[in-house]
Design a binder for this molecule. Structure first.
Ligand code: FES
Length: 198
């Protein structure tokens, strides 16, 4: 005599439902694995493109034809980004400027100085504002007749950017400029030497 539990047979409908659920589970798992693999592969394409784009933005250098704009609130209360006019920069004054649209690159910062009376291009000179010693921003002190770096006390001549004293190993690179009929200032070439620390 056989004793024990009596097993109730699974109805066909329940078996079909269980089979369907199992197939759905396998499909879901395969789909998930496929999506994960796709996302992993895509990351190798999208991330380098993103990094390349960021680097492109970061290295925008000054180029001929770039208009010079105030880097911060400028003379006569001009807002940052406003074009600098040659007549704004009177003898003994200075302005820090960027090439328009390229302020993201600090290496583009320019020190405009006027060393002789006038309102046009004569006596108006442009230099890199980045010290050639360790890269601090140089300040114009034209009353004292100098461009000075506050970090380690390098001094440069406003007439030609040459090192007058201090640890800076090279002159400040100069930038060729032109003054347009409307008085705005544009670069006519790149800096004449590498900017900052080399
Ligand atoms: S960074 Fe200008 S003197 Fe050192």
């Amino acid at each position: 005599m056989v004793t024990g539990q009596v097993r109730t047979p699974t109805p066909p409908t329940a078996r079909r439902q269980a089979a369907n659920e199992s197939r759905f589970g396998r499909r879901f798992l395969l789909g998930f694995m496929g999506a994960s693999a796709g996302a992993f592969a895509l990351s190798f394409t999208v991330v380098p493109l993103f990094v390349t784009k960021v680097l492109e933005i970061a290295v925008q250098e000054i180029a001929p034809g770039d208009q010079l704009v105030y880097s911060a609130i400028g003379l006569n209360g001009a807002a940052a980004g406003t074009p600098v006019k040659a007549s704004d920069v009177q003898q003994g004054l200075s302005v820090q400027a960027f090439p328009k649209g390229k302020a993201d690159n600090q290496q583009n910062l320019i020190e405009l100085v006027r060393i002789a009376a006038g309102e046009g291009p004569d006596g108006l000179l442009a230099y890199s504002a980045i010290c050639t010693h360790l890269g601090c921003v140089v300040m114009a002190k034209l009353v004292q007749g100098e461009l000075a770096c506050p970090c380690h006390n390098s001094h440069f001549a406003p007439e030609n950017g040459a090192v007058a004293s201090g640890p800076a190993p090279r002159p400040l690179p100069s930038l060729p400029i032109a003054v347009g009929a409307d008085g705005t200032i544009t670069a006519t070439g790149p800096f004449n030497a590498p900017v900052g620390v080399i």
